[in-house]
Structure formats: structure tokens, C-alpha cells
Design a protein around this ligand. Structure first.
Ligand SMILES: Nc1ncnc2c1ncn2[C@@H]1O[C@H](COP(=O)(O)OP(=O)(O)O)[C@@H](O)[C@H]1O
Ligand SMILES: [Mg+2]
Length: 235
């Protein structure tokens, strides 16, 4: 389980996270949705312990894997070296790391031939798969993903979106998935927490938010990303 209780974080006069309470039950995926600057990354950094809250409590049961936009791979290390980094820190044997990476490459659908290439030689989607393999290396019960697909082209993005939903379900991880993309939030089909200015505006399924918006902002946020009907008519 992952829980925030009445968490507040300010930077000077700026309230980045404003009395946020949030519980993600073990083995479930939660979508943290909000526009740029709404406090999503700050919440992840608080959970990771990279920042301390001014107020409130955070509890996480077990280790965490973390994936950010662009995969954040080291450019001078190969895909294999990047993915096995957490295992190397734990002094795993080469054989054990190779065996684990074999399993993970299959899971994230990464061609094993790509493992000896450097990040610059991989596509954005391939880099994200390496980043995901790295986050899963030590099999942490909790996964935190900060707009992991944000930098991808629409085709790789749609491919990975569907794949991730299947992976999370299969592994039974507790997942907090950050996005600003309403379509992505809808596709995951999980409970959504919508943030605005560091504050939780509404929590519920996509249907709850769309049908019973808690505030005018909810409807505005959802509608702002709907493609115009005269556009979808062509598709
Ligand atoms: N280290 C920091 N110092 C000062 N302000 C920050 C810092 N990190 C985030 N902020 C501010 O906190 C707010 C929330 O930022 P962030 O959590 O990055 O939003 P999001 O990830 O939703 O785009 C923004 O106004 C941002 O400028
Ligand atoms: Mg962010």
C-alpha cells in the first residue's frame, strides 16, 4: 500500500502540494492527472523521500521503482548496463543479472539484440522499455511513473500504453502513474486523482469525473483535451 495523509509542501511562497490525502491499495494502479505545475512530480519526489513534507505523513510498504520521461538513462552505459544498475548496486552476480534481464526484456517486449546498444542508438520507445526494465529489476512492490510516455511519438505511445496496462495487471504492482493526458488516464481504466494547483479536485473513475464533476474545473480540464467532432468525423 501507498498512502499520503494531509501532505503539504511549499517552496517559498508557492504551495506545490496542498493538504493532499491519497491511498493506493496494494496491487492497484492509480492515475495522478493534472496540468503542468499542478504538483504531480513533487508528490512523487515526496513519496521517494527526495523531498520532505512540511506537514502530513507518507507511508509506503516496500521498495519502489521509478520511471521518468525519456527514461533518464546514462548515455555512457549500454541498455544492459543501464537496466542492471540497481542489481549491480546490490552486488548481484553477472549470471543472476543476465537471467533477470532476460525475463524483463521479454516482459517489456525489448529485443535482446538491443541490449548492447547505447541510449543514443535506441528509439524513444526502446529507451522507455529499458527504463521500465531498470525500475522492475529488483521487483519492487511499488512503481512510480512520472509521465513516462510523454516524450514518445503517438504510435509508440499508444503501443506502450496498452502494453503497460497489461504488465501492471499481470505483475500485481502498486502503481502511481502520473500524466497530464486525459486519453491516457481513460485508457488505463483505473481510479483517477485529479490535481489542480497542488490540491485534489476529485477522485474517481473517468465516468465519475465526466458525469459528476465535483467542480467546474473538472469538466473544463476534461473537455480541453477532447478532439473537435469535425476532426474525429474524418477518422
Ligand atoms: N524545487 C523547486 N523549487 C521551487 N519550486 C518548485 C520546485 N519544484 C516544483 N516547484 C513548483 O511547484 C509547483 C508544482 O511543480 P511540479 O510538481 O513539478 O508540477 P507538475 O509535475 O504537475 O508539472 C510548480 O509551481 C513548480 O514551479
Ligand atoms: Mg512533472
Amino acid at each position: 500500500m501507498l498512502a499520503l495523509r494531509d501532505v503539504t509542501k511549499t517552496f517559498g511562497a508557492r504551495v506545490a502540494v496542498d493538504h493532499v490525502s491519497l491511498t493506493v491499495a496494494r496491487g492497484t494502479t492509480r492515475i495522478l492527472l493534472g496540468s503542468s505545475g499542478s504538483g504531480k512530480s513533487t508528490i512523487l519526489r515526496l513519496i521517494l523521500g527526495l523531498l520532505r513534507p512540511d506537514h502530513g505523513e507518507i507511508s509506503v510498504d516496500g521498495g519502489m521503482g521509478y520511471v521518468v520521461q525519456e527514461g533518464a538513462l546514462y548515455p555512457h552505459l549500454t541498455a544492459r548496463q543501464n537496466a542492471t544498475l540497481p542489481a549491480r548496486a546490490q552486488k548481484w552476480s553477472t549470471a543472476r543479472m543476465a537471467e533477470r534481464l532476460d525475463v524483463l526484456a521479454k516482459l517489456v517486449a525489448l529485443d535482446p539484440d538491443l541490449l548492447d546498444l547505447y541510449p543514443a542508438e535506441l528509439s524513444g520507445g526502446q529507451r522507455q522499455r529499458v527504463g521500465l526494465a531498470r525500475a522492475l529489476m529488483l521487483d519492487p512492490p511499488v512503481l512510480l511513473l512520472d509521465e513516462p510516455l510523454g516524450a514518445l511519438d503517438p504510435i509508440s505511445r499508444a503501443e506502450l500504453q496498452t502494453h503497460l496496462v497489461a504488465i501492471f495487471r499481470e505483475l500485481g504492482k502498486t502503481v502511481l502513474f502520473v500524466t497530464h493526458d486525459v486519453r491516457e488516464a481513460f485508457l488505463f481504466g483505473s481510479t483517477i486523482t485529479l490535481l489542480d494547483n497542488g490540491r485534489v479536485v476529485q477522485e474517481g473513475t473517468f465516468e465519475d469525473l465526466a458525469r459528476r464533476p465535483a467542480e467546474r474545473y473538472v469538466a473544463e480540464f476534461l473537455r480541453a483535451q477532447v478532439p473537435p467532432p469535425d476532426m474525429t468525423a474524418y477518422l
